[in-house]
Design a binder for this molecule. Structure first.
Ligand SMILES: Cc1ncc(COP(=O)(O)O)c(C=O)c1O
Length: 398
């Protein structure tokens, strides 16, 4: 027992508390949905889930999970290469690869794991990775696990990317890799993949896209940011999650050329040393990917909701990111104000989260709103009305 260690932990917690940086978890007692209930009897409209298409509580997917348990059992009790590969895991890999127009795919327990298992087996000391400054924590951690030289470019700035590409080229790298989020998770900015691919072509660089917030919703067929930006076939590696538009359940994947996937199966540590995806979820994911082909109506509803919310919020004077995505940050400049704002919204039955350092840069606290196809027009208008009245009360808008 080291007293010092436990004292050090308490000091860290106190510091977070003093600086208003402690994150609290609300306990939800209903399934994930637009209307949820939180312990204490609070019924709220949920504006902070990644449930973009409203499939987290979809009855067809729930039926598939039940069927999956009947047909394939509950636990798999193994990693993939020992005795954890059922035919459904192979079917899902083929399906997600086909859906994304990639050669092959490999499953992980989450996209966090996928990103952490991606870089180390493929890249080393001789390589240079150029990473967008707003990349998700899992890309950052994945890159940290490999020994490649790292360059950071200002988010979505092609001028800055070009500078970093030049630096990497001069350093004589074996491979130059550009790693971006298809959509930045805190700002909802869609990567300029068309321009990125042109630069990649010029510099003979590889392009890696984490499309966790793009898959299922962006592009005419919901394939994601590469479809939206018209660069299908030009991205080398795509990672993504089943935990957002595709049903909201833990699970992730990497899609790439066959030989890349084969090497990852041999060497990627979160794949080799962690349990296989739960069979019932795999069965439901197969259905979810199938459903993507027929859910244009849900995507249309989502984008109508997004447009309505964005237009109304701008018209009443809020500062939001200039994008078309369902992630909509309301910039507030002050941590305390953003927390107060969130609390006032909660009292009105609107459930959103405020985000502050270290999740977002110190000077950019915000409330992040996320829109779903399941929101009704009334839900959106009520949220806008609530933002307006609290915004006036707190002197944020006139
Ligand atoms: C861009 C991005 N990548 C990866 C992840 C992690 O996904 P998962 O929940 O499947 O681990 C997230 C989730 O927050 C994300 O926003």
């Amino acid at each position: 027992m080291s007293k010092n260690f436990y004292q050090q932990i308490n000091n860290c917690l106190n510091e977070l508390k003093i600086n208003n940086l402690l994150k609290k978890e609300s306990i939800i007692i209903t399934p994930q949905n637009v209307n949820i209930e939180i312990v204490g009897g609070y019924r709220v409209i949920n504006f902070c889930s990644n449930n973009y298409l409203g499939l987290a509580n979809d009855q067809n997917l729930i039926l598939e999970v039940k069927k999956g348990i009947d047909d394939y059992g509950f636990g798999i009790a193994s990693v993939r290469f020992i005795c954890g590969t059922q035919k459904i895991h192979k079917i899902l890999e083929k399906k997600i690869a086909n859906f994304l127009c990639m050669e092959d795919a490999i499953l992980y327990s989450s996209c966090f794991d996928a990103n952490c298992g991606l870089f180390e087996p493929l890249f080393g000391l001789e390589d240079s990775i150029i990473s967008d400054s707003l990349n998700h924590a899992s890309i950052i951690d994945g890159i940290r696990l490999c020994k490649a030289k790292v360059y950071i470019f200002n988010s979505n700035s092609m001028d800055d990317l070009k500078k970093r590409l030049n630096e990497a080229k001069i350093s004589g790298s074996r491979n130059i890799i550009i790693a971006v989020d298809g959509v930045t998770s805190m700002d909802g900015i869609i990567a300029k993949l068309h321009d990125i691919c042109e630069l990649a072509n010029e510099y003979q660089a590889l392009v890696i896209v984490d499309d966790s917030h793009g898959v299922g919703i962006l592009g005419e067929n919901g394939k994601g940011s590469h479809e939206y930006c018209n660069v299908i076939g030009k991205i080398d590696i795509i990672t993504g999650t089943f935990g957002k538009a595709l049903g909201g359940v833990s699970g992730g994947y990497i899609a790439a050329k066959k030989n890349v996937i084969e090497l990852l199966r041999q060497k990627s540590r979160p794949y080799l040393f962690s349990n296989s995806l739960a069979p019932c979820n795999v069965v439901a994911f197969i259905k979810a990917v199938d459903m993507m082909v027929d859910c244009n109506h849900l995507r249309e509803k989502l984008w109508n909701n997004v447009k309505l919310f964005r237009e109304k919020m701008v018209s009443i004077g809020f500062k939001i990111s200039n994008s078309n995505h369902a992630i909509i940050p309301i910039m507030l400049n002050d941590v305390k104000i953003s927390q107060k704002f969130t609390y006032e919204l909660f009292k009105k039955g609107i459930y959103v989260m405020s985000f502050f350092y270290p999740v977002v840069p110190k000077n950019k606290p915000r409330i992040r709103v996320q829109i779903s196809a399941s929101h009704s027009e009334n839900d959106i208008l009520y949220a806008v009305e609530s933002f307006a009245s609290i915004g006036k009360k707190l002197n944020i808008i006139k």
